[in-house]
Design a protein around this ligand. Sequence first.
Ligand SMILES: [Cu+2]
Length: 341
Amino acid sequence: MLSVVMLSALAVTAPRDGEPVATVRHDAAKREVVVTAGPFSVKAMAPGMKHEEMGMMEDHNTPLIRFEWPVDGSFRGFAIEIVDAKGAPIDRKMVHHLIAINFDRRQLFYPMYERIFGIGSETEDASIPKSLGVPVKAGNKMGMYLAWANETGKDVEGAQVVLRLSYSPTNLNPRPLAALPIYMDVNLTVGKGNEYDVPVGRSEKGWEFTPAVGGRILGISGHMHDYGVEVRLEDAETGKVLTKVNAKRAADGKVSGIERKLFGVTGQGLRLREGRKYRVVGVYDNPTGQPIKNGAMAHMVGLYVPDDVKKWPALDLGDEGLQDDLAYLSAMGMAGHKHGN
Ligand SMILES: [Cu+2]
């Protein structure tokens, strides 16, 4: 089993000719890691193309691009810039989404590699307070992939993505609290996808989970497609709604984004208890009169401070889920590969 994992890991570390690669520069003075990925050939989208239709395009996601994190510390923010072949800035809305993966930690609720951060076309550059951070170590294996949404009508050749990733050093006093990303999806099959059909009218889909370690959620957001209404989190044992994020929904049901909520860094946050059952629920309301095949996604993401970080589920490379996730990520951007989480 292990050799299969190592082989496929090797296969993706050697990009084929002409494929984008990442270079990493560590600026210790600025406490910043600059990851530059490219070159990308960004084809113009057909006018009026939608998210679901884009998913059917073979080149929707780029291949996985690997890099190594260079310094011990606490990751705390990102800024993204897109430049053309000459280094001139391009509108960053051209990036439909960008997902970064940490191959040295798994997720709390899934046997999947940590998605350390994600950026959508509507996401602003973001950072968390110095009192918090996602623990990272020099040599951590990371990767990223992205999808373009080029609505300029012109192909762009030789584009580069510049990520400025800020961190706090290990000697920061007081030490930042370890805060880790969590992900809760109403319809995820690890190694496959998370899309599902949108029925006519109002509908709900839910998924139950139990934290292996208690903790507090400091902030949440989520993701939905057109006709999404809300993603909410419930205590599955009492049915009580703990929190929710609303889709930014126009009168015709089109969704342009989703709410972001902060519970405060110094307060209790939203407490989840070890061993207790919770449920994430996605609500859609489809007024079109037609069901929409694979039209829905619904998930909540958050920042979680575990009561005891040692209780975080360990990375077990023999786990089938992790192997499926790696196979999924390694096949990213290849012909016939579908848009996933
Ligand atoms: Cu989506």
